[in-house]
Design a binder for this molecule. Structure first.
Ligand SMILES: Cc1cc2nc3c(=O)[nH]c(=O)nc-3n(C[C@H](O)[C@H](O)[C@H](O)COP(=O)(O)OP(=O)(O)OC[C@H]3O[C@@H](n4cnc5c(N)ncnc54)[C@H](O)[C@@H]3O)c2cc1C
Length: 433
């Protein structure tokens, strides 16, 4: 790593979704020297990646233009994987390794889908709901394809609407939550007028698509790729022929980086004070790692974190009321789309749970903790580093993942070499070499 690749920022933002973009804009408006970094080729995060739903376009355009109007250093295609020393992060790009130094850090690393194992879930064309949406955004042709959307959470509706707009035939949306929970959720939207508008738009876009509550996939079948899915629909089994199963069970926060940085985690989310400050001084967190609450909450938390990190606490305080109201929406989401116990019984002994290392449910049943399973089977030690099987085993066995160790993502051998040589330098400097 040469000195040219080193950067020092008053405020460094990791994650370029809505939360990160809002944080960078507000911190820069306060005069701070700001850098924002994301592992995708462009900013926008999950929702504003590629083209977005029409209703989101104005909001995305607004934040993109605000960011352009500020003197913010934008680093795309760079993924943070290590903190070699306090105030220093390392990120890997396609061909380079950069060192970033910060006075204040804002972690806005978003969330990912939760997948649950069931027979056939590893067949080609069984995909995450948001995953299939992302592939279509990247050019996968979906017109005329028969898609079943299944799992839980409002993302299913957004994905169904998006795929339908691009020509897919949505055969059914299966929502595992009970019908009465969905009705209660619909009624509760009156408290969040922006959500009512979003809900009505979605309803219009997928008005003719059947939605079944109390329903979930039991098995995906096919030779070479999915050909049909067996659904448990209000207690009865039904087989539906399809080309794709888009399946996700709500979202799990990306807390690996804040955990590595030593931030306190409570109830699975990064704990922050009212200014989005974590338990580590100088490190703030905004957006989905603090709770799954949708784009409005991410934007509000991002703004508060940006203002607080740039020392403009009174402007940050002015946003508390709106943020707290949206946090109540996040709690409603968690309650409505809580996973039902029947989903724990979908995997059979030979169903793969860790698909990177080919570890079956039956092999994991022989262990009593994540650590034991990891040590004896290599569960969670493949390329996804437990990002897929970790949340699944947490639900299936109530296992808590171990502490996080660098690198938090798989990296190239030369980046790993730099990590190791820095660590041995530190040992020598500390007299332990
Ligand atoms: C797959 C998926 C699809 C979704 N689609 C929709 C949709 O269609 N409609 C909708 O309303 N909501 C959607 N959501 C929910 C939506 O993402 C959230 O409501 C909200 O926008 C999250 O904003 P955020 O800024 O907190 O996080 P994100 O938008 O997730 O942004 C976080 C960013 O940080 C980056 N990142 C993470 N770790 C690192 C690292 N170590 N180094 C560098 N960069 C890093 C990520 O790649 C990502 O770009 C989707 C969520 C997911 C997971």
């Amino acid at each position: 790593m040469d000195s040219k690749s080193q950067n020092l920022f008053d405020v460094l933002v990791v994650g370029g979704g809505p939360a990160g973009m809002a944080a960078a804009v507000r911190a820069s408006e306060c005069g701070a020297q700001v850098g924002i970094l994301d592992d995708n080729p462009t900013l926008g995060g999950q929702i504003w990646r590629g083209d977005s739903p029409d209703s989101a376009l104005d909001e995305a355009a607004k934040w993109r233009s605000l960011l352009r109007s500020q003197n913010v250093s934008v680093l795309c295609g760079k993924r943070v994987f290590h903190q070699p020393a306090p105030g220093v992060l390392w990120a890997e790009g396609n061909e380079d390794l950069i060192e970033l130094r910060y006075k204040n850090l804002i972690v806005a690393t978003g969330a990912r889908e939760r997948y649950l194992p069931f027979p056939g879930w590893t067949l080609p064309n069984v995909m995450g709901a948001g995953g299939l949406q992302a592939m279509v955004k990247s050019g996968l042709p979906i017109a005329g394809k028969r898609v079943v959307v299944a799992g839980t959470g409002p993302l299913l509706l957004a994905v169904a609407a998006y795929l339908r707009k691009h020509g897919a035939v949505i055969l059914l949306i299966c929502e595992q939550a009970p019908f009465r929970a969905i009705l209660r959720f619909g009624a509760s939207l009156l408290k969040w007028p922006a959500k009512i508008a979003q809900g009505l738009n979605l309803r219009k876009e997928i008005a003719s698509v059947p939605l079944a509550a109390n329903s979930w996939p039991v098995a995906a079948k096919g030779r070479g790729a999915i050909e049909s899915v067996v659904i448990s629909r209000a207690g009865k089994l039904q087989t539906i022929e399809c080309d794709y199963l888009a399946c996700g069970f709500h979202l799990v926060p990306n807390i690996e980086l804040p955990t590595l940085l030593g931030c306190e985690i409570r109830g699975g989310y990064v704990f922050t004070n009212e200014f989005q400050q974590t338990s580590v001084p100088g490190i703030f967190c905004a957006g989905e790692p603090t709770g799954i609450g949708g784009v409005e909450l991410s934007l509000l938390e991002g703004q508060i974190a940006g203002l607080a990190a740039a020392n403009s606490k009174s402007r940050a305080q002015a946003l508390f009321r709106k943020r707290d109201k949206m946090r109540r929406f996040a709690r409603t989401l968690d309650r409505t789309f809580a996973l039902r116990p029947e989903l724990k019984k979908l995997a059979t002994p030979d169903t793969l749970v860790c698909r990177c290392e080919d570890i079956s449910y039956g092999r994991l049943q022989q262990h009593s903790s994540w650590r034991s399973a990891k040590l004896h089977t290599r569960c969670g030690m493949g390329p996804c580093q437990g990002r897929i099987c970790g949340p699944a085993t947490q639900f299936l066995f109530r296992w808590t993942p171990d502490s996080v160790r660098p690198p938090i993502f798989p990296v190239r051998v030369d980046s790993l070499g730099a990590t190791l040589s820095k660590e041995s330098d530190q040992l020598v400097a500390g007299g332990l070499g």
